[in-house]
Design a protein. Structure first.
Length: 291
């Protein structure tokens, strides 16, 4: 915990007036006392009372160098698929900025994340969580969370794996398209990764009510496609019916039109969703020629 420093009032800095220095001091205390560093953190709940405050808090917490918060955002390293996932709960705007309840909500979200109980918000493999809360006039609190009983987290993951084993790629028409996409990646993966630089997840529902999950990891290396729930955390997730996936992958199904028709659900970065549409159109003929 830290309070206002003399710099808050003496340096005529709007950034310091809204708590930059005390957030930085509180973060440095917790890193020093635990031996952890910002690079060890997986998931963050921070006090994003205004968009500008979120940016300066990235810098105060050591998540990036001073003045580099914009670059952190542009790189995608503040969301799913990047270095950190910030405010998976939705932040203050999702709660109505409830003053004292903010800290409790942050605590609850980070505990759910570390227990693997965050549902569709889950940050894959989260082991260290950071909480930042602030009130002007003035106090800042920064804390780090680890799972106190990791064996329970392991049991939960194993239980999910047993459930996932009952669903096979061959249960879905989609496996044909993802198989061809995998062949494209095998042949020219580095070029594909350079074009995409992101992670996409597809939740496919077939006529029998089963759900198959494919994760297209095209963020680094040569890329790969993973079947099942345990792939890397995606930047955007698409939920689509099995009978529509062919048109979606080949660019015939317009995502915006399908979204408003209820045939497609999108969670995550809309910008990345649009980018995928453009790439699908570009590679449509290649995929179709191999089917």
């Amino acid at each position: 915990m830290a309070t206002d420093l003399p710099s808050t009032f003496e340096e005529n800095s709007a950034i310091k007036m809204v708590g930059y220095d005390m957030s930085k001091a509180a973060a440095e205390k917790v890193y020093a006392s635990t031996g952890a560093s910002p690079q060890d953190v997986d998931v963050v709940e921070l006090h994003d009372c205004f968009s500008a405050n979120e940016l300066i808090t990235y810098e105060a917490l050591g998540m990036c160098a001073p003045g580099k918060a914009g670059e952190l955002i542009d790189s995608g390293n503040n969301t799913y698929g990047g270095k950190y996932v910030v405010n998976p709960s939705g932040g203050l705007i999702s709660k109505g900025h409830p003053l004292g309840a903010t800290g409790i909500a942050q605590c609850a979200e980070l505990c759910w994340q570390l227990r693997g109980e965050a549902g569709r918000r889950q940050v894959s493999g989260a082991k260290l969580a950071l909480q930042h809360n602030i009130g002007l006039g003035g106090a800042a609190v920064v804390g780090l969370y680890r799972h106190g009983f990791p064996q329970f987290q392991k049991n939960l993951i194993e239980a999910r794996a047993v459930t996932a084993d009952s669903v096979k790629p061959e249960d879905f028409e989609a496996h044909i398209y993802f198989g061809e996409l995998q062949r494209m990646i095998d042949e020219d993966g580095e070029d594909y990764v350079n074009q995409v630089k992101s992670i996409y997840r597809f939740k496919i529902k077939n006529k029998n009510g089963k759900e198959g999950i494919w994760t297209v990891d095209a963020k680094s290396g040569k890329g790969k496609i993973i079947f099942g729930p345990d792939g890397p955390t995606p930047v955007v997730t698409f939920t689509v019916n099995d009978e529509d996936i062919g048109d979606f992958v080949t660019g015939k199904l317009d995502p915006q039109k399908a979204y408003f028709q209820g045939r497609l659900k999108i969670a995550g970065s809309i910008a990345q969703a649009i980018r995928l549409k453009d790439l699908a159109i570009k590679h449509k003929n290649t995929i179709l020629s191999k089917l």
